[in-house]
Design a binder for this molecule. Sequence first.
Ligand code: FES
Length: 121
Amino acid sequence: MVKGRTLDAAFHISPKEVALELGGLPDHKIHCSVLGDKALRAAINNYYTRNGQEDKVKQEQVKVICQCMNITDHDIEDAVLEGARTYFELQERTKCGTVCGQCKDESEALLEKYKHIHFGA
Ligand code: FES
């Protein structure tokens, strides 16, 4: 997939594109396409670092959603990719929202967002 692309274009390959290139993936295997695209971005950043082009390294933004359990938006996305479809399933997998509960609304919004992004649900 990356042959013939610039590093910048390769950096932006999405998990959906990886899954399409593979002819589709069952829902419970979507996480594999995400791992592939994360590994590619890490490799590109590593190349930039090793070749004195640190200014081109792109940092991923991570936001802590649940302060009590230190759960980030990436943790919630991973939980969705691993099968969480309801808030209860998200809590089971991450423990998000199991202390004060103040993160519930934002966690539920992200749950719906990632379900839509990865599964069109
Ligand atoms: S902020 Fe998530 S349980 Fe308190």
